[in-house]
Design a protein around this ligand. Sequence first.
Ligand code: KIV
Length: 277
Amino acid sequence: MSEKKITISGLQEKKDKGEKITMMTAYDYPTASLVEQAGIDTILVGDSLGMVVLGYDSTVPVTMDEMLHHSKTVTRGAKNTFVIGDMPFMSYQVSVEKAVENAGRFMKEAGCDSVKLEGGSEVCHVVKAIVDAGIPVCAHIGLTPQTATKLSGFRVQGKDAKSARELVQAAKDLEEAGIFMVVMECIPDLVAAKITKELNVPTIGIGAGKDCDGQVLVYHDVVGLFERFTPKFVKQFVNLSPQIREALIQYKEEVEKGTFPGPEHIFAMKEEEAEKL
Ligand code: KIV
């Protein structure tokens, strides 16, 4: 169980000492509480919420209201864990003013400790404005699911030397703009290692190999609660869906057979009171 919330300097210290940083997504109170009990450094309320919890086909439809609603439950469930709120599609693209306002809502209304947004060098002016407003920003480069259509689908990024060099440059530009950390999704491990070496701020990988300063995965993938597809980079640490399905089938059968509730689940009445009924 985390005793004290890690700070941005604590995360930086971990990178500087070569200690790995852990991050897990969570979207609700009970999960956030379990993640905190596991002692994981940081929680990302990812907009993957849209796919693994809300049933959308992509992260594009996710709204600020949905993100804030779920972020609030997470910060209530994990009071001693550093929480990052993920800015949904179109919450930071329309104008810098709107981006700062929406980032502020994650802090003021949902109690998050920072925000994350997707994009490379092209979002640096937005990152700088949010950071200047006093809000810590985590960047997200490589495969950026909100703009997967523009990237021609969910593909590994930075596979050739030219695009890899662009990713390295994007990471450096974002660092210059003031980010405290960067998530790198679906990029070759060598590119992630180079960025990790060249940046001062911590890097968190998802499908980016083991040489990042830390790792993040989507909770529902880790515990087997998302059955639609499993990306190559996921390791499922437990497969809960079959166990939950089995429990539900058993519940249905016991209710139908009348074996549940049993004598141990009922509230008995005193005999003399029952006689007066
Ligand atoms: O939305 C999310 O969960 C993310 C992670 C995959 C990094 O952005």
